[in-house]
Design a protein around this ligand. Sequence first.
Ligand code: SF4
Length: 367
Amino acid sequence: MTDILELLDAAGLTGRGGAAFSTAVKVRAAREEGAAVIVNACDGEIGAAKDGYVVEHHLAELVHGAELVASSRGRKVRYAAHRGSATASTLRRAGLDVLETPARYVSSEETALISLASGGLARPMTKRKPFVYGGRDSDGRAVRPTVVLNAETVWRVAQVATHGPAWFRSIGTREEPGPRLVTVTGAVQHPGVLDTEAGTPIADLLDAAAADSRAEHLVIGGLGGVLAPVAAARALAWSTAELAQFGGSVGPGIIDVLDPHRCPVAVVDSYLAFAAGESAGQCGPCMFGVPALSAAWADLLDHRPTPARVEIVRARAGLLPNRGACRFPDGVARFTASALQTLRPHLNAHRDGRCPSERTSGVRSRA
Ligand code: SF4
């Protein structure tokens, strides 16, 4: 029987949680290090629902995939889910070892899960090298080798074992092979999770969910993703190569169609206000930088978005990347930059004293 590592190598499966790292490389390291396995079913990104979908509809295959990753030597497998979520209940009812995390944005980050599983807080940890090799937390406590894989990734491992790499590569694109889930949410008649593949026209995904035809903007990839115009996105395929046009990627597989009756500047304001409240309070850029960015964006909404105010937002976003212990601030900076770019006409209209989404109070007050 062919070893699962060879099958994963041949299939070219990459992580479905957002980072798109080679699953074969990760699983090989985990096997060599005797690493504990955490299956991340938290759906931690804004709008995400696909981990819950996998647990609800493909639990037996998920468990099989986790067993294949853990292999022998009695390695421990735990399933991470937000505390009090339906996903956590389903996993517990199935008799699985559930690692319950606080329902906060950064609590489902990979190193935050490892910290929690090691008896620490559900907060991201600085890593000198991947924790699959073990390491120490910020208090100097030893952390045993642990690998974290997204629930969809683990389900796909089982599918590769069952159907083979040729089947897997017959779906998707050469660069992004295999089936993949996309959550379509927001201003759609049929919100939910679609089992699709890279290369599918985004227009098909929006039509399948019956997206509001008046919608003008969407968020691809949640808070760590990008804001894009619907008209331009409809002309593209669901692939990282094409989404790069907006600075985006297929990432964690989320499309949030924004309500056409709601001012998109106000939507971005709510995203950034959420981000400001989600910092784990460990790193400067996150503790001070994200709230400062959120405040600057709120100024664009509350006052005329003059070039000087827009520049303050751009400058504060520019201070965030590559400075936190985790990539949370980087994602917020990317999201903000895309919003500034996409909403330029909308911001110009606000500057002229009107909101194109005039059905709501997009412009709350004037300076
Ligand atoms: S960047 Fe923010 S979320 Fe990430 S570890 Fe630092 S404080 Fe926590």
